[in-house]
Design a protein around this ligand. Structure first.
Ligand code: NAI
Ligand code: MG
Length: 372
């Protein structure tokens, strides 16, 4: 029996291309694993009204980890009319399958390392080595949203004597509400994960990202939880910054930062910014980690215009596979794989289009496999 069971969730579009590339590398590194395909994505929303079918959730309960490609989301309202005949999901409410996965399995840590590998022509600056910890289950992604606003809630809000809440004058179908929900437990555990990582990796500093001067209740709580956790890690410098200033300072001097920890939405934003500094979507990798399961993925989406063309860069996914190896405890294999990626980037002989080259997705994977 193989040592590991890995759910193999390619999803839509280029998810298929990049997972095929990752398989070339994992086979070469001889991970003792069984890869079990699972259904996820737009196709399953269209055919059965569920982008994350129950059988996939059952599969994920039985595996050690999952590698996930990307999904195509449900298009915005305007584009739906032409799709209607295809849909057989009457009455079902669409929710992003990846957000659901994170919540269903309580994958509360979203870990996004952003490292500039020497020789990458897309590096903003050499030697950037940032790690983003993004809270992954709550905040504005809690899924508590109202559009239109129900009468009872509108009535309750109309009683608030706030100058910026003219709820009594606005019809309930002319505004919408998305709730930002942050718990003490949710905040504390992601911040603790960031500090524990910093301790283990001998990193010097953790920056707590927030907007507590304005969003006082939720971000205030996040920052307070951060200060409590930081006190237990005296050897690590604690720093804090407002999300808006943070984006500016990150660009101005990325070397002032090390580990960053943020609530869900701010974490999403700064991790894209950090990913762009080290090569963009072809390099951004991500781990969604809970106490029992880890789901590893590139941060990019399904890029429909490149689907099936084997043109996009598989490095993000291969680095996600490297994170999966680390999480499984296969640290030797993980570091060998990372060195192979670094060598191919440094040599610069094989490059996909985003790096200014003409090589295909699979040629890039084969070049990396060739260094293992
Ligand atoms: P996207 O990330 O799929 O692609 C945007 C552009 O980035 C592409 O057209 C391509 O030029 C470039 N790109 C993406 N991946 C690349 C790679 N590996 N190598 C080189 N270039 C790459 O974002 P887009 O087009 O906004 O979204 C497409 C679909 O994906 C949407 O339905 C969106 O909702 C979904 N999406 C899914 C995500 C997920 O599965 N986790 C994350 C982000 C978007
Ligand atoms: Mg994102």
């Amino acid at each position: 029996m193989p040592k590991y069971k890995i759910a193999w969730l390619h999803g839509d579009g280029i998810g298929v291309d990049v997972l095929e590339a990752a398989k070339i590398v994992l086979d070469k590194i001889a991970l003792d694993a069984e890869y079990i395909p699972g259904d996820i994505g737009w196709e399953f929303w269209c055919s059965e009204g569920d982008a994350l079918p129950l059988r996939t959730i059952e599969l994920l309960k039985k595996v050690d980890a999952a590698l996930f490609g990307a999904i195509t989301s449900k298009p915005a309202k305007a584009a739906q009319a032409e799709l209607a005949p295809k849909l057989q999901n009457n009455g079902h409410v669409y929710r992003s399958p990846i957000v659901r996965l994170r919540q269903e399995f309580d994958l509360y840590t979203c870990l996004r390392p952003c490292k500039a590998y020497p020789g990458n022509p897309l590096n903003f600056k050499e030697e950037i080595d940032l790690v983003v910890f993004r809270e992954n289950t709550e905040d504005l992604y809690a899924g508590v949203e109202f559009s239109p606003v129900p009468g009872e809630l509108a009535q309750l809000l109309s009683k608030l004597a706030r100058p910026f809440a003219p709820f009594s004058q606005v019809p309930p179908d002319r505004y919408a509400i998305s709730c930002k929900i942050n718990s003490w437990t949710g905040s504390e555990r992601i911040i603790r994960a960031a500090f524990e990582f910093a301790r283990k990796q001998k990193r010097r500093k953790v920056t707590i990202v927030h907007k507590a001067n304005v969003v006082r209740a939720t971000d205030g709580l996040f920052l307070e939880a951060g200060k409590k956790v930081a006190a237990q890690f005296p050897e690590i410098q604690m720093d804090e910054a407002n999300i808006d200033a943070m984006t500016m300072w990150l660009l101005k001097n990325p070397f002032n930062y090390d580990v960053l920890v943020a609530p869900n939405l701010y974490g999403d934003i700064i991790s894209d910014l950090c990913a762009q500094m080290v090569g963009g979507l072809g390099f951004g990798c991500s781990a969604n980690i809970g106490d029992k399961l880890g789901v590893f993925e590139p941060t990019h989406g399904s890029a429909p215009k490149y689907a099936g063309q084997y043109k996009v860069n598989p490095i993000a996914t291969i680095l996600a596979a490297k994170m999966m190896l680390e999480w499984l405890g296969e640290t030797k294999k993980a570091s060998v794989l990372e060195s192979a990626v670094a060598k191919v980037i440094q040599e610069g002989r094989v490059r996909t289009y985003d790096m200014g080259g003409t090589n295909s997705t699979l040629e890039m994977a084969q070049a990396i496999a060739g260094k293992l």
